[in-house]
Design a protein around this ligand. Structure first.
Ligand SMILES: Cc1cc2nc3c(=O)[nH]c(=O)nc-3n(C[C@H](O)[C@H](O)[C@H](O)COP(=O)(O)O)c2cc1C
Length: 198
């Protein structure tokens, strides 16, 4: 049997759970800071679901190594069972991810491809970023999430980050200031997600 990712006694009672997926695993990634920023708008009213970070960097799945097609749910590896249990424990997802070469990060595609039924029918919100908001990467992810039969939220948070907003290492100089224009958009997404789950 696989190890349960959460102790039932610790699980929040009568609340819906949302996995907020950190969709980049690069060293020096901005994704973690952006996810922390987004989480500030979660749980501001009682009806809001519980948000929990799912860090693909920490989970560290190998490249898809299951011999059977994931849609069959016949998993052979302990890491897949753990991933399946974790994803099954959520009612919805927010994917936070950068645009990479007009697409989205391979680590995110790999994590999605590992499973199938676990994603199905669950609401999914996209928080993308890039010099133009990451809309091309988001368009690709939307198609894949439709293929997984997820329920895409209408609202999409597109964070425009220009070269002046980052230092020579590509890290934010002032994350609060840079993302201030998008606070309302993030709040709208949380509201839509809350309604979708109630
Ligand atoms: C492999 C790679 C490809 C990139 N491609 C794009 C791109 O197509 N469009 C864009 O606006 N930014 C692009 N960037 C810049 C990223 O938006 C920026 O580096 C961002 O911080 C990456 O997110 P991360 O730090 O969370 O990994 C790219 C960055 C990397 C590392």
């Amino acid at each position: 049997m696989s190890e349960a990712p959460l102790d039932d006694a610790d699980a929040p009672q009568s609340t819906r759970r949302v996995g907020v997926v950190i969709g980049s695993n690069r060293p020096n990634r901005n994704c973690e800071g952006i996810t922390e920023w987004f989480l500030r708008f979660s749980g501001q009213d009682d009806a809001a679901p519980v948000f929990e970070v799912v860090d693909l960097g920490e989970i560290d799945l190998p490249f898809l190594d299951e011999p059977m097609m994931p849609a069959l749910g016949n998993y052979q590896h302990e890491h897949t069972l753990r991933w399946s249990n974790l994803i099954s424990s959520f009612d919805a997802f927010i994917f936070v991810f950068p645009q990479y070469n007009w697409g989205y990060p391979a680590v995110l595609k790999n994590a999605l491809d590992f499973l199938y039924a676990e994603w199905r029918d669950k609401p999914a919100g996209l928080v993308s970023y890039g010099t133009r908001g990451g809309e091309k990467g988001a368009a690709q992810l939307k198609l894949v999430l439709q293929g997984l039969h997820m329920r895409l939220l209408e609202h999409h948070v597109e964070l425009v980050i220009s070269l002046e907003n980052v230092d020579e290492q590509g890290l934010f100089q002032d994350i609060e200031g840079t993302l201030a224009p998008f606070v309302e958009s993030a709040q709208q997404m949380v509201t839509e997600l809350t309604l979708a789950l109630n």
